[in-house]
Design a protein around this ligand. Structure first.
Ligand code: OGA
Ligand code: MN
Length: 317
């Protein structure tokens, strides 16, 4: 079955139609979808008709679907262990008033690449809308391949061979969560190249809100470079927004895009978004449940804060 690809801009983003992804797909169609994804970086799917199980099943065409982390004291709303909850809802389905979770979620409104804080990175993320605020509660995306292409040669030379550290807890601090620099020091980090070659053969910049320091560079200088690169990648000419109605889904390639959740009043409007995450190829040997392992090694997290951190969260708000 040939799919229909409608580009959203010249080099980045496409809406896909003409295929029912709630049903099993033949190999040729799966291949067409993977190729469109590699080429366009972000694909948008309207009125998918996917339920939770079909969302997970469709995600498998891209590779190994990750297990979402399980947090002590925070059971998931959904029975499927592969679904990450990107909503503002609690286990009963009501708008959450949990201050730690709300402040933690503010980190998703900074430009980031999912899971860059893990040794094993995420290749694709599939975010399905179940309920949206009236204005569509968008996600914003940035094209880090075109941003790399357009860098001055001098900057490309400077970035060659550089590596950076990434931590989930750093991006929470950036968004106002009350961790100290020393607390973030003691929590897990991953290290990745600042520029890498994407499956498409094009190079991409790989820094975002989780990126903390440039390895071997003075901290101030490294952080300035990280901020400059994020600002470069997120210029208007590299970005687009996707607005949702229930049933709509976006798939983004985490290795060649940045994204951020758009602003909305999370105390007023329900926004039920559920995500699957596909592990980068060739790394299947690592522990299947590595997200849970990472968060449990971190101890005090926004999902299970210590009593002391919980007090600081309340003082912060
Ligand atoms: C995510 C995320 C943004 C959004 O699920 O990884 O960043 O718009 N979501 O919900
Ligand atoms: Mn994200």
């Amino acid at each position: 079955m040939a799919i229909t690809i409608t580009p959203l801009s010249e080099r980045f983003g496409a809406e896909i139609s003409g295929v029912d992804i709630s049903k099993p797909l033949d190999e040729a169609t799966q291949q067409e979808i993977r190729e469109a994804q590699d080429k366009w970086g972000v694909t948008v799917w309207r009125k998918t008709g996917l339920d939770d199980a079909a969302h997970v099943a469709f995600s498998r065409i891209f590779g190994e679907v990750e297990l979402a982390p399980r947090h002590p004291g925070k059971p998931s709303r959904m029975p499927e262990p592969e679904l990450f909850d990107a909503s503002n809802l609690d286990i009963e389905g009501n708008i959450t008033d949990n201050a730690s979770i709300r402040l933690g979620a503010a980190g998703n409104r900074l430009w980031h690449s999912d899971s860059s804080f893990m040794d094993i990175r995420a290749a694709q993320a599939l975010l399905l809308c179940h309920e949206a605020p009236p204005h569509g509660g968008p996600t914003w995306f940035a094209d880090t391949r075109s941003a790399y292409d357009d860098l001055p040669q001098e900057m490309k030379d400077k970035l060659e061979g550089l590596e950076a550290t990434h931590s989930y807890f750093w991006s929470r601090r950036r968004a106002g969560y009350p961790y100290t620099e020393e607390e973030v020091d003691a929590k897990p980090h991953a290290t990745h190249p600042v520029v890498h070659t994407h499956a498409s053969g094009r190079k991409a910049i790989f820094v975002g809100a989780h990126t903390r320091d440039i390895v071997g560079m003075d901290r101030e200088e490294g952080r300035k470079l990280i901020d400059d690169l994020i600002a470069w990648c997120t210029q208007d000419k590299y970005t687009l927004a996707v607005h949702y109605k229930p049933g709509d889904m976006t798939i983004w390639d985490n290795l060649c895009t940045l994204h951020r959740g758009g602003e909305y009043d999370d105390t007023e409007y329900r926004r039920d978004m559920r995500r699957t995450t596909v592990r980068a190829a060739g790394q299947q040997e690592v522990a299947r449940d590595h997200y849970t392992t990472m968060f449990s090694a971190a101890g005090d997290t926004p999902f299970s804060p210590s009593e002391e951190t919980r007090k600081r969260v309340l003082e912060t708000l």
